[in-house]
Design a binder for this molecule. Structure first.
Ligand code: F6P
Length: 544
């Protein structure tokens, strides 16, 4: 199901009315604030610092209602082949393991998902009891290494780091992702191969970086096991949809992935095995239940109360009406340090498209903005100056916690007051008159120059998420809300949010270049490359 190919409305009347006002004035309107603050379970969304008034909000909401988004949403949940360029269903929502109040995925899909979860549970429980041999793995495991990249790394990494409070004792989690050999070398130095379990995660089982790092670990473990291949294989679990390639590679256990789940939507499947090893299967199922709560909300709440719809409205307003080009995500929660990179893939790989899938025509409005960010308050002391007084307007998303897991109340209150202060300062700013009143000494000219530098234009939009606490449930819900926002934006922009052809060209060229670097004696025929590439290959070879 596809959205209309018309350009989004310009909402001209609303845009020009709002251009004449500012957030300082808009946030005074209590009724408006009420409309833009909405809760779903453990998550409060406050979009009241977005530059929309009630009339504009209603206009965009009614437009969305007219696009057939509910039918498109239902088609996804029911497993229709909405990923048309690959002729695939999009069923990451089926992975929530039956936790939904009203599951919509086909019964055979639900069954294979349930079976895979049960298989994962058997492996995880055996390892946690120190009885890995009973399931064909090594007996005692102290360290679990997830080897994967992109969706096979970012989601598990985010959840494992975010949920450190829930980690079981005795198992340390590690992530090896980049092909930079330093990472593998440093990690191997820290680990005992005899006690290391590797989860090799690759949906395609054809990803150069993952297979190379997997091979490095296999050689290291094989050596430690005295060259005994059967023993070495007990250190490896593979997660993939490519059974044939996995069997050739030789891992003792395989957990499935399916073509109806894209890598960046896959942490809920066995791709998240490292999460289950870190927090236990109960915690993993809580994560799924949180996501299921967000699914049920997205499927049942009317647009005015529907968090993903409100998030999509804010994004459309900022990107397509106000013309902003990036969005910064700033968690005031150290444990969510990986959220910005996770969202980069989720949003930019999904929505970084420029044509309509049905006829290849160009989309008529801007699609995904650049997503970036890092944790606060550190970010305040690095680049917030530009966000307050730079010439570009960057909408922000702040994420905070009501109840942290630690007992240091003063730290938490300082942290949260900074979050609230940034949202306030960015939106309210400081007028020239206010700044001038503060500049008490000097000539008129000096006071003017100082006041101008100390003026904050304000009017910079942001959204605040407050999570009651950071638990598997609330994390699952938060991530699923973002997934649904992405789905809705794909529908509204008329693009396929579930393929990623744009990453293929670079992979092909890397494979062509590799022999020219790998062969010490002969660079081969460099004329196949462009001049810049050729010169760099020669420069690298000449300095070795
Ligand atoms: O190159 C992009 C990509 O295909 C991502 O979409 C995916 O998450 C990542 O590579 C890893 O792919 P795989 O799980 O097949 O190794």
């Amino acid at each position: 199901m596809e959205s209309k190919h018309d350009r989004l409305p310009s909402f001209e009347e609303h845009a020009s009315r709002l251009a004449a006002t500012n957030l300082r004035a808009l946030v005074q309107d209590e009724a408006r604030g009420e409309r833009l603050r909405r809760r779903m379970g453990p998550i409060l969304l406050d979009a009241s610092r977005q530059k929309l008034d009630i009339a504009a909000l209603d206009a965009v909401g009614e437009y969305i209602e007219s696009t057939g988004w509910k039918a498109a949403r239902d088609a996804m949940f029911e497993g229709k082949h909405i990923n048309t360029s690959e002729d695939r269903a999009v069923l990451h929502t089926a992975l929530r393991g039956g936790a939904s109040r009203n599951p919509a995925a086909p019964a055979d899909v639900r069954k294979e998902v349930a079976d895979a979860l049960d298989k994962m549970e058997t492996l995880v429980n055996a390892v946690h009891k120190g009885e890995g041999e009973s399931v064909g793995l090594i007996g005692r495991v102290t360290d679990v290494v997830n080897i994967g990249i992109g969706g096979s790394d970012l989601g598990p990494r985010l959840a494992v780091h975010a949920l450190e409070q829930f980690h079981v004792d005795g198992i340390n989690s590690h992530f090896l992702t980049n092909v930079d050999g330093q990472a593998a070398t440093d990690l191997m130095k820290k680990l005992d191969p005899a006690r290391t379990l590797v989860i090799l995660v690759s949906k395609s089982f054809n990803t150069q970086e993952t297979l190379l790092n997997g091979g490095v670990f296999r050689n290291w473990i094989l050596k430690a096991e005295g060259g005994d291949e059967a023993k070495a294989s007990k250190h490896f679990i593979a997660v993939s949809s490519n059974d044939e390639a996995v069997h050739k590679w030789g891992a003792s256990q395989v957990l499935p992935m399916w073509d109806y789940v894209g890598g960046r939507y896959s942490l809920w499947s066995a791709v998240g095995a490292s999460i289950a090893f870190a927090i236990g299967m109960k915690g993993f199922r809580d994560l799924l239940a949180g996501a299921a709560e967000a699914d049920d909300h997205f499927r049942s709440a009317e647009w005015k109360d529907n968090l993903p719809v409100l998030l999509a409205i804010a994004e459309i307003w900022n990107r397509n009406i106000l013309g902003t080009t990036s969005r910064a995500v700033i968690p005031y929660v150290d444990a969510l340090v990986d959220l910005p990179s996770y969202l980069q893939q989720l949003e930019m790989e999904s929505l970084g498209k420029h044509v309509h899938p049905s006829d290849g025509s160009e989309v008529k409005q801007a699609s995904v903005p650049v997503v970036w960010g890092s944790i606060g308050t550190n970010a305040q002391h690095a680049y917030f100056q530009a966000l307050h007084q730079g010439t570009d307007i960057v909408p922000l998303e702040f994420i905070g916690l009501v109840k942290p897991a630690h007992p240091l109340r003063e730290n938490q209150d300082v942290l949260t007051s900074n979050l609230l202060a940034q949202a306030a300062a960015l939106s309210l700013g400081k007028t020239y008159e206010e700044a001038l009143a503060e500049a008490k000494t000097g000539t008129e000219e000096e006071r003017h120059a100082l006041a101008a530098q100390r003026t904050f234009k304000g009017d910079r939009p942001s959204t605040v998420f407050m999570l009651d606490s950071l638990t598997p449930h609330s994390l699952g819900a938060l991530i699923a809300l973002y997934e649904h926002k992405v789905f809705l934006l794909g529908h509204l922009w008329g693009i396929n949010a579930f393929d990623q052809w744009g990453v293929e060209l670079g992979k092909t060229i890397a494979k062509q270049i590799y022999p020219s670097l790998a062969n010490d004696k002969d660079a081969g025929d460099l004329s196949q490359f462009d001049g810049a590439t050729r010169a760099l290959i020669q420069a690298i070879r000449s300095r070795r």
